[in-house]
Design a protein around this ligand. Sequence first.
Ligand code: FNR
Length: 184
Amino acid sequence: HRSSVVVFVGSLRKGSFNAAIARALPDLAPEGMTVTLLDGLGSLPHYDADLQAEGFPDTVLRLAEAVKAADGVAFVTPEYNYSVPGVLKNGIDWLSRVSPQPFAGKPVVIQSASAGVLGGVRAQYHLRQTLVFLDALPMNKPEVMVGAAGTKISGTGELTDQPTRDFIRGQLSNFAAFIDRVRV
Ligand code: FNR
């Protein structure tokens, strides 16, 4: 079956390990799965209900449409202070106010990377908690955490580590099957 997946990255920096992983996803996706990276989280203002009352920022509407149209969503994010980076949480908060709420019923897959050994695992569990309220459908396993990311991503920002590439390839295959299973 064909499926389309959109990707949110939780880091804004040019040399981001997580962005490098996100850029590798189209290549690692199984036959029939298209992967599109989303941008714009960094340009959003802090969520403010008064701003919302004046009308959603165009970027929020664009991202909400992209999520709505997709069969699945991937989050690739670092862990900041044991949690989800503010820029990603802020984006999720904005999108969650759009009606119909775009993440409801949406299959979700998560990857995280960090220089440390745990690979951002604690951010994943905070993100999963947020996904409960959003009524999203995060796939439980396999979980992908990329520790020691500096040794697995080249200076030019390519995910070069073969075991990590195989690990993610396997996760995305499982995600394709998961999407088919929960598709209504
Ligand atoms: C970090 N980093 C970090 N790493 C970790 O494993 N656990 C943590 O709680 C934190 N906390 C944290 C807070 C803040 C504010 C920063 C800037 C960084 C390190 C972080 O994982 C590392 O910088 C990654 O390289 C960030 O991901 P990108 O930008 O490479 O995708």
